[in-house]
Design a protein around this ligand. Structure first.
Ligand code: ZN
Length: 80
């Protein structure tokens, strides 16, 4: 989220400064570790990228990390 701060200038004027909010890292939904292969950008910058640059093309890509994906796949395979 953006934050508007009031700042007093050297000329003794009050002006509003718009400060950009920080974007958090993309985290694995299971173990909360940082995901690789996905850019950390503000949403308006994300819109300029193509889909292949925003996601990991794999099952559970850009949702679960590699280790959790492996676990999930094993779980699915043995619970049939
Ligand atoms: Zn994980």
């Amino acid at each position: 989220m953006h934050v508007i701060r009031k700042v007093r200038t050297p000329g003794n004027r009050m002006v509003r400064h718009l400060e950009r909010g920080k974007v958090g890292n993309r985290l694995c939904a299971n173990c909360k570790s940082q995901l690789g292969g996905v850019p950390v950008l503000i949403p308006s910058r994300l819109n300029t990228l193509s889909k292949t640059k925003k996601i990991v093309t794999r099952a559970y890509g850009s949702y679960l990390c590699g280790d959790c994906t492996k676990e999930k796949m094993n779980e699915k395979a043995f619970n049939l």
